[in-house]
Design a protein. Sequence first.
Length: 370
Amino acid sequence: MGGERMAALGLRRIVRSEDVAVMGITEVVRHLPRIYAEYRKLKSAIRETKPDIAILIDFPDIHLKLAEELHALGIPVIFFVSPQLWAWKKGRIRKVQRFVDQMLVIFPFEEPFYRQRNVDATYVGHPLADLPAPAISREQFAAENGLDPQNRWIGLLPGSRAKEIRLNLPEMLRAARILFERSPATEFLLPLAPTLTPAQTQFAAAMLAELAPELPIRTVRDARATLHQARGSIVASGTATVEAALIGNPFVVVYRVSPITYWIAKRVVTVPHVAMVNLVADKRLVPELIQDDFQGESVVQHFEPLLADGAVRSAMIAGLAEVGRKLRAGREDQSAIGAVAAVVLQRLGLAGSPKLQNPEGFSKTAKQET
């Protein structure tokens, strides 16, 4: 199972990851028949091919069940990118203990969580921390996206899924309207994920036309370049918050889900923060506005102080830099992916092979390719 980029690099795809990528409790339940049909295809392929080792990446709803199948067949299981068992569903730890040979985690607090529960876990660092900063200049970014380089740019990142855009973008636009009224020399950058279908992109464009026809909002394709160039950003909870932290872009975290999903989550999630950046920092470094607290006026109240030079902005930038250091795991000569590759090769008894000791693209000298 994998995405298009993995397929382009030679993966023989039995299941397309985009066909089973579903977020939210009610959303998962609705798509269960399709998800488990794909899961059965994976199991059948495993029995036929008998791989030497399995690398399971994220997708805990599928992969923890798949780990049981692999374990029964005697196939070693490496789990890369931990399920968020530390946040909820701690009962799943028993499956990890029984069926996962080694857990490779991307956040520093995850290794002690697992080791305290007798799971062989290794913190390898976050793969995004190994990417170089976007090289595009402000002038080039402005020319490519029809922007005025003299204006203040603010990023709006509502999420990469159509439902996230539908739930998060309206309040972001209300905040943008207030910010624009207070400072007209402002333009807004809205990255749209390349995974969106043409119909979903058209839906986002229609939402902009309906809710904010008067605002100077530019849709762009490169979220990382947006975070690199923006003065500050309003970011939906998810991977983009880690990218913003690593790039050092001051931001506010927002998110909205269906009422049922939120009602359930409030009763089962046990962590003190929603944003991963705050969990890594072990404090409320970045403001979090979730569900009913996510209102345009509240966003502006927390976000505007981050835009002006001063103590508030400087403190967040310093805090984000410290988060970045933690996510790099203190390694200078090996990327997170290189660390994963080394573990897999060692399990296969190939760690001493001259050709495989430093696989091409896994060292930090090849960050961009990784």
